[in-house]
Design a binder for this molecule. Structure first.
Ligand code: HEC
Length: 141
């Protein structure tokens, strides 16, 4: 019985590993393109563009990174124990996305200059969170 379960689960792993690895890569490439749009809008001082692109990015970042079990399933076998750290990065990203969205809505009634600076800084923290997780999953320890 145990043997059979093991055989079935290794078959499942065999079936789903390449698919999820592909999923991860293609989703990440899309996330990278969406973040590049955000950067482009900030550089161009295009406020409307920031709003549109950060919302698109945010939705996708949450879907991809927000769920620990989902994300863990996409990680290579020897990296699964790093899913917690990975979720930390996801939280940093969503925290900073929120800062940008609040600034756009002027939630705290601040000057345009303050809001612009805070959202630009938040953008760099988002990038930093990407680097952070990539370091974690790529480092060989
Ligand atoms: C929770 C961990 C994690 C976070 C956060 C994360 N990534 Fe990734 N990323 C990965 C993993 C795992 C891979 C695939 C394995 C690898 O490339 O080493 C990957 C791969 C990629 C790739 C594809 C590289 C290739 O193979 O061509 C891109 C592009 C990318 N990420 C962009 C981003 C961007 C942009 C962000 C931030 C918004 C980000 N990632 C945040 C874990 C993460």
């Amino acid at each position: 019985m145990l043997k059979k379960t093991a055989a079935v689960s290794s078959l499942l792993i065999l079936l789903f590993t390449p698919l999820s690895a592909y999923d991860l890569k293609s989703n990440m490439i899309q996330l990278g393109a969406e973040l590049a749009e955000v950067q482009k809008s900030f550089i161009a001082s295009d406020q409307k563009g920031v709003e549109v692109s950060i919302k698109r990015f945010s939705q996708h970042a949450q879907d991809l990174l927000g769920n620990k079990e989902n994300f863990s399933a996409m990680l290579p076998k020897d990296k699964k124990h790093k899913a917690n750290e990975a979720v930390m990065s996801a939280q940093i990203i969503s925290h900073n996305v929120q800062i940008i969205l609040d600034a756009i809505e002027n939630k705290y009634n601040q000057s345009g200059i303050v809001r612009r600076e805070e959202s630009q800084r938040a953008y760099t923290y988002i990038e930093h969170a990407c680097f952070r997780c990539h370091n974690i999953v790529r480092d060989k320890y």
